[in-house]
Design a protein around this ligand. Structure first.
Ligand SMILES: *[C@@H]1O[C@H](CO)[C@@H](O)[C@H](O)[C@H]1NC(C)=O
Length: 245
């Protein structure tokens, strides 16, 4: 009996140590998470506050990012009061974004530059898109781990789509050879940006870049790649989460 208790105790101890080791790069990292969540979203109005399985897109992202324990702070850059309230409710810090950086035509990189301009001490950041509802802690940890030895890390998904292009009125294969059509089982596929997150550095962002030639990627499983842009995407996400819950 005592032997069993000691064994159990030792196992728990080993497990705890393993946990700490696995995450040590996270807690020492001076990395800031950033969510760009403006009020005037196209397609679905106030999309960031739309709920899926009891949590808004914004709060779900904040909770998952927070659960990973990889970030010094989680920032939400917004021009909208309701979004700011939701962000604070879940423990994020709010950066009030000027209206001229929250327009339809504002690019993410412009909004990031505006944020970094206002927070000069932040060197490393991770942009998260809360439209990627299937963000998971394991992806975040893999990304932060790879960011130790790279300038940038972003999410990708595999695509086995055969692309064609129009060149001088001629339809030509773009990513495969006509005479050797790849079979799915022996073709790894193309890597396509999944848009779930982008880890990068101030020195890149101030040049208007999120990526350079020293990036690493995190591969997102096909079933986690859904991004909410339309009501149809929302219906699909709700359906999947309801059935997994
Ligand atoms: C965050 O962690 C808590 C506690 O472990 C867990 O119950 C919850 O499901 C997690 N939430 C998300 C969105 O990852």
């Amino acid at each position: 009996m005592i032997a069993l208790q000691i064994l159990c105790f030792t196992l728990v101890l080993q497990w705890n140590t393993a946990q700490v080791d696995a995450n040590s790069f996270c807690s020492t990292n001076d990395l800031h998470a950033l969510i760009l969540a403006r009020g005037g979203s196209k397609g679905i109005p106030l999309k960031n506050l739309v709920e899926v399985n009891g949590l808004s897109l914004l709060s779900r992202s904040i909770i998952t990012i927070s659960n990973s324990s990889c970030f010094k702070h989680i920032w939400v850059s917004t021009d909208d009061e309701k979004i700011a309230l939701e962000a604070k409710k879940y423990g994020a810090l709010v950066h009030i974004r000027p209206e001229e950086y929250a327009r339809d035509e504002t690019s993410s990189i412009e909004a990031i530059k505006e944020f970094l301009e206002a927070h000069q001490t932040i060197q490393n950041f991770a942009l998260f898109q809360c439209t990627s509802v299937f963000l998971k802690e394991k992806y975040i940890k893999e990304a932060v781990d790879k960011f130790q030895s790279h300038d940038c890390v972003f999410s990708v998904k595999r695509s086995h789509q055969l692309r064609w292009k129009l060149v001088d009125k001629q339809i030509l294969p773009d990513n495969f050879n006509l005479k050797a059509r790849p079979r799915r089982q022996d073709w790894k596929g193309d890597m396509v940006e999944a848009g779930m997150f982008y880890l990068s550095k101030r020195v890149l962002a101030t040049k208007g870049l999120l990526q350079n030639e020293n990036c690493a990627v995190v591969e997102i499983a096909a079933e986690d790649g859904l991004e909410i842009d339309t009501y149809r995407d929302l219906t699909i996400a709700r359906c999947i989460m309801d059935n997994n819950a």
